[in-house]
Design a binder for this molecule. Structure first.
Ligand code: URA
Length: 420
């Protein structure tokens, strides 16, 4: 299709001139035949321009953004945001709330009392110029054509089309005017993409679309067969993110935060390689400057930053319940989806946008893939407020773990880096 044909289609559909049944037939044609890179880029740009676009006039500095295709225990934005800001980049970011088994950055931040997630564009600009970071709940009508098309895809079995997924994700990213974007494309049981080939193709296409649209874009292809870090929930994830900013975070979470942040440095500063960027970023974890930036950010958005230094202030749950290992061996697999569903069933997530969530509940794992455990050793601590779902949560945790008698290798965390 030509650019003009694609624009005609998206504009006509958004205005209501092109009926659903025509677009549904087109979506099925795309599902079956695919789209080339040029068509996917034109579709993305048409959808990005179908509604309000967000610009930050007057922001000083290089504005960067990060997107994850969604995973369990993914608290990277909480670490990456102050980390890259400590390294001199500017973060003006719109984030979402969690739906289903994956959590949302806004919900996690709101587990710190007082944190104000809704900022106007003017407030974001002022805040960024004052301290380098503004992260707001997305209340804008970004890419309405994508919303409408997604609704149709959902009921016509065409959600799984790679060019439609790539255009859908990138249209919302491109509707916000940033200079550089790093994408974390997850692959594994807890991810949208279950196999490496598909995830790789999606990542490459999104990188091509981003760069084709004039934004510097890179992607990391990362493992989501097991949760990221140990904590899955809201305040438990915030505490783990803070530990990571103090330099005491889980190995996998720290590695991924450094890897994604380093891409943003490389995209925006041509004279620095990924290893040097990582070393610079690591120094911001070690000297406390990333943690200081986090506190400053939380306080600026009216959150109580004293929680950062005193975890005892976070509300405790009514109960903590330990799930122990039924057998001895090496952890062979740890199904991320089941762990996400267990945290969700305890109340950490929501099924519908209108539902409220319990910030204090969640799961903290004690073993991950390749760890050796004996029968009776702790596998996970559950933070529980309502006991009606406890048994099913415990069952989900037990079922998530598979053991082997033979040693198991640690899984590869970063499969590939896709650069412009
Ligand atoms: N996320 C999106 O925003 N769109 C898709 O099509 C799939 C995941």
């Amino acid at each position: 299709m030509t650019d003009a044909e694609i624009h005609y289609l998206v504009e006509g559909f958004t205005r209501g001139d092109i009926p659903d049944y025509q677009l549904a037939a087109w979506a099925m044609a795309v599902y079956l035949k695919g789209m080339n890179e040029h068509e996917a880029t034109a579709l993305t740009l048409a959808m990005a321009r179908s509604g309000q676009t967000v610009e930050f006039p007057g922001i000083q500095g290089t504005i960067v953004d990060k997107h994850s295709t969604g995973g369990v225990g993914d608290k990277v934005s909480l670490v990456l945001t102050p980390l890259v800001a400590a390294a001199g980049l500017t973060v003006a970011k719109l984030s979402g709330r969690g739906l289903g088994h994956t959590g949302g950055t806004i919900d996690k931040l709101e587990s710190i009392p007082g944190f104000q997630a809704a900022l106007s564009i003017e407030e974001m600009i002022d805040q960024v110029n004052q301290m380098g970071i503004a992260l707001s709940e997305s209340t804008h009508d970004l890419a309405p054509a994508d919303k409408a098309l997604y609704g149709l895809r959902d009921v016509t079995a065409t959600v799984g089309s790679l060019p439609l997924i790539a255009s859908s994700i990138m249209s919302k990213k491109l509707a916000v005017h940033t200079h550089a974007i790093v994408l974390d494309v997850k692959v594994g049981s807890g991810a949208l993409m279950k196999n490496l080939d598909q995830a790789g193709a999606l990542a490459k296409l999104m990188v091509q679309i981003g760069n084709g649209a004039g934004r510097k874009t890179s992607a990391l292809l990362t493992n989501m067969d097991q949760p990221l870090g140990f904590a899955v929930g809201n305040s438990v994830e915030v505490k783990e993110a803070i530990e990571t900013l103090k330099g005491n975070g889980p190995e996998d979470l720290t590695e991924l935060c450094l890897g994604l942040s380093a891409q943003l440095i490389c995209l925006t500063q041509s004279d620095i390689g990924a290893d040097a960027a990582k070393a610079k970023l690591r120094s911001h974890l070690e000297d406390g400057s990333a943690l200081e930036k986090f506190k400053e950010w939380i306080a600026t958005q009216h959150g109580d930053a004293s929680y950062v230094d005193d975890f005892g202030k976070f509300p405790a749950t009514a109960e903590t319940v330990m799930v122990t290992s039924p057998s001895s061996g090496y952890v062979q697999s740890l199904d991320a989806l089941s762990i996400g569903q267990a945290a969700h069933s305890l109340g950490a997530g929501r099924e519908k946008k209108s539902e409220s969530i319990d910030y204090a509940v969640g799961v903290v794992l004690h073993a991950k893939i390749s760890d050796q455990v004996n029968q009776g050793d702790p596998l996970a601590t559950l933070y529980v407020n309502k006991t009606d779902s406890l048994e099913s949560a415990k069952q989900k945790i037990e079922n998530a773990f598979q053991f082997s008698n033979d040693p198991v290798d640690k899984p590869t965390l970063i499969h590939e880096t896709i650069t412009p």
